[in-house]
Write a protein that binds this ligand. Structure first.
Ligand code: ZN
Length: 504
């Protein structure tokens, strides 16, 4: 190793290289080689070969070297990489063993049965024999089915879990027929190849109120199923298995799904729609989580990154304006505002680069973009706003054939999308940034880093539906968890529709 001092890249250009003699060139090449090797090694670091956490691994780079995209929300599609191929460890071969309890493993049961603190009797409504409604005074013959249900109750001091015995009564009609009340059954969520399908029914140990609480801990507070089990046992004294907790989360998702179609209709009819997307894992598939939202409604969707996904969500013709990042899927929509914050970040990246021209252009562009946002927000006249736009357009035209690739790319990007970048100037009610959608996506980004996404299509649809309902309720000042508990109760009874009330 001749020298460990890194060369000053910002002062190098073709003229400097041409002025060097042979020995100096060899020396410089060796130093540059050392820098390149160091960077390549650092680029190849991931959770399998360094002390970095798995959450720092690139979303689409699992065992495959360099990621195709980077960052969370608003990455540009298909960014090519000029880095050398990185050798990474081969992903381990799948063992073929399914996750969870293995066939033949010893089962686990509750150590002691639940003790009910009170009973609740339920009666049949009509006679199975003659079809007439049963009355209060008809004789109760006996109790049919009976089981314990864990219900979450709100008290003056907080919450508690009550164990209530539900007794389904047998009633004798005046016609002589005896009719037994039964727990209702709701929707069946079918997944091909699954041993036991998810069937929503009232015959369930966890009441909708407690199931909504478990879903809140999981979705809103990012707790794993095992941590929820520990929490319920330690703080509430309620032993529940991981399987029961998982079932509650999936039931809530299935119950929320029918609401989403209504929400989509409301989004499509809105004046301003924000849209954004972020990487998502579904088992071994690399998916994308999309969000489209308005002031009072949010819809999340997990699917591919194809252009059709946003078309399926929003339809071909929306009447309002679409506020987005620079991703190409949105470019088919004419009435569009491009997020200025993304361009400012690109300008800042250029300002922090090693190219002197890049620094100058980046700093100038950031100043002008901020100035434009400020001028529009302050409602300043055309004498200030128009010259800013003219200067920006002229500067981009001057730089669109610049020798430095990053400068060239940014200048062309601005020119190609010019109408969408300055749409907010002529429509002052349009927001200049897409921060609203990015904030809504944060919860999913954190969940992805903690839990590595979902496993099945059913799980993805359920998670997206839950997020949609929770975020919409929050935007409408409706308590999401009461609404979800009510929705689940209705879904278990076979009624699938429970729309969210309009904003108060
Ligand atoms: Zn009868």
């Amino acid at each position: 190793m001749r020298s460990k001092v890194p060369p000053d890249l910002s002062r190098m250009n073709r003229a400097v290289f041409e002025a060097l003699d042979h020995d100096q060139l060899v020396e410089l090449t060796c130093r540059l080689h050392a820098v390149a090797t160091d960077l390549a090694e650092r680029l190849a670091m991931n959770s399998t070969n360094s002390s970095r956490p798995p959450s720092s691994d690139p979303p689409f780079g699992k065992g495959g070297g360099v990621a195709a995209g980077s960052g969370d929300a608003g990455v540009t599609a298909g960014v090519g990489s000029s880095t050398p191929p990185v050798r990474s460890r081969k992903p381990p071969q799948p063992s073929g063993r399914k996750p969870g309890k293995q066939p033949g493993a010893k089962g686990k049961w509750r150590d002691e049965p639940l003790k009910a603190e009170r009973t609740e009797r339920l009666w049949p409504c009509t006679c199975d024999g003659c079809g007439m409604p049963l009355e209060m005074w008809d004789k109760e013959v006996r109790t049919g089915a009976a089981f314990c249900v864990l219900e979450l109750e709100r008290t003056s001091g907080g919450i508690r879990i009550a164990c209530v015995e539900h007794r389904y009564q047998v009633v004798a009609c005046t016609c002589g027929h005896e009719t037994e009340a039964h727990p209702a059954t709701g929707v069946l969520s079918f997944l091909d190849g699954r041993k036991r399908q998810l069937h929503l029914t009232e015959r369930c140990m966890v009441a909708p109120s407690l199931a909504a609480f478990i879903a809140a801990l999981h979705i809103r507070h990012h707790q794993s199923r095992r941590k929820i089990r520990e929490f319920l046992l330690t703080w509430m004294g309620v032993p529940l298995s991981v399987g029961s907790i998982d079932r509650c989360i999936r039931e809530v998702g299935v119950a929320c799904e029918p609401i989403v179609e209504d929400l989509l209709e409301e989004v499509r009819a809105s004046g301003i729609i924000h849209a954004d997307e972020t990487p998502w894992y579904q088992g071994i598939l690399n998916c994308w989580l999309w969000v489209v939202l308005t002031a009072t409604t949010a819809v999340f969707h997990i699917g591919s990154r194809r252009h059709e996904e946003i078309r399926d969500l929003l339809g071909d013709a929306i009447i309002g304006w679409l506020v987005t990042d620079g991703y190409g899927a949105y470019r088919d929509y004419q009435r569009r505002q491009r997020c200025i914050a993304h361009l400012i970040r690109k300008g800042l990246a250029l300002a922090g680069s090693l190219s002197p021209d890049g620094i100058q252009f980046g700093e100038w562009l950031v100043r002008e973009l901020r100035g434009l946002i400020h001028a529009v927000a302050e409602d300043q006249g055309h004498t200030i706003i128009n010259p800013i736009q003219a200067r920006m357009k002229r500067a981009c035209k001057l730089h669109r054939d610049h020798e430095t690739e990053k400068i060239r790319a940014l200048a062309r990007e601005i020119l190609n999308d010019w109408a969408a970048i300055v749409a907010f100037v002529r429509n002052p009610y349009l927001p200049a940034t897409n921060n609203e959608a990015e904030r809504a996506l944060r919860i999913a980004v954190i969940a992805r880093r903690l839990s590595f996404g979902t496993r099945t299509q059913e799980g993805s649809a359920a998670y997206a539906a839950c997020l949609s309902v929770v975020e919409t309720c929050r935007r409408r000042h409706v308590d999401p968890w009461s609404h979800i508990a009510e929705t689940l109760a209705r879904a278990r009874a076979g009624f699938m529709h429970n729309p969210i009330p309009a904003a108060v």
